[in-house]
Ligand binder design. Sequence first.
Ligand code: DP6
Length: 338
Amino acid sequence: MSRASARACANLAFVKYWGKRDAALNLPTNSSISMTLDAAHTTTCVEIDPGLEKDEVWMSGEPAPGAFASRVIAHLERIRSLAGSATPARVHTSNNFPAGTGFASSASGFAALTCAASAALGLRLSRRDLSVLARKGSGSSCRSIHAGFVEWHAGQDDHSSFATQLADARHWNLVDLAVLVTEREKSVRSSDGHRLAANSPFWPSRTRSMASRLAEVRQALLKRDFHRFGREVETEALEMHAIMQTSAHEQRGAWQSGIFYMAADTLRLINAVQRWRQAGMEVYFTLDAGPTVHLLCLEDQSGDVLDAVQSLEGSQDWRTIACRPGPGAKLLSEIDAT
Ligand code: DP6
């Protein structure tokens, strides 16, 4: 039996991956930029065990839900075929944060699984190869392979679509105060949301503007220009939500005008950010496909921003996780050795 364990952090996109050119390969419509988040991670152990009749997937010590287990097994299958193996595996995975609430748990999950399974199967892959492989499990996970600030190059095909590091974790003291306003699971999975994006009448205009958005965010980030960065990143999040909210579709036999990932408290917090900025606080927000509000500020403002959040009515029911630029995906043996 061979075994390997790996840990990977979630990541927060500043320029979003929303919409796929190829759903089977997770080739995105546009490139994206993210920060790897130190405080939110998945740890995964893969045991290749000839004594098993079939693959087993465990999540936090319980048998994993069917849909998730099938995705994990499909990804294992990809990695096994690269290694020329057909031996069943046991996968144990756990997150240190709640899944489905605006933290891309699939990002940390598939990055950790890719590292652990490839090591357990004896594959020695470069970061680029790990990123290509992780992408096929879940698109955003290809960014979690790297530490710090990361760009996923959309590419043309399977081999040219992968992430690289833009700047290491020490480049900028940016803080993401992730405010989980509800831990209710989202109603439309992001895989479905990606497919529906092109239904929005605003989709063609979004795709036209992505190259300049990417350049603007990349430049502001590399120059550590927080005003420029914050404005562009906040605009980007709301543009993605405008696409989501206008992606008309049928759901369980009923027509829906779009997808609403925001909760009432998401909007309340967004309004508060606008007030705080008028009062001179340097804080911006971004959102993913969920109700969590990611408040972005520099380290020296993070105490004030946290106090401001805690002064809001009802905030005692929220959970806030402070994340800073984090490490790339690693085998636990590499972590133990440092
Ligand atoms: C809103 O990577 O979860 O977080 O490739 O179908 O697994 P799949 O989608 P996923 O999409 C993430 C969408 C997002 C934006 C982002 O992280 O860039």
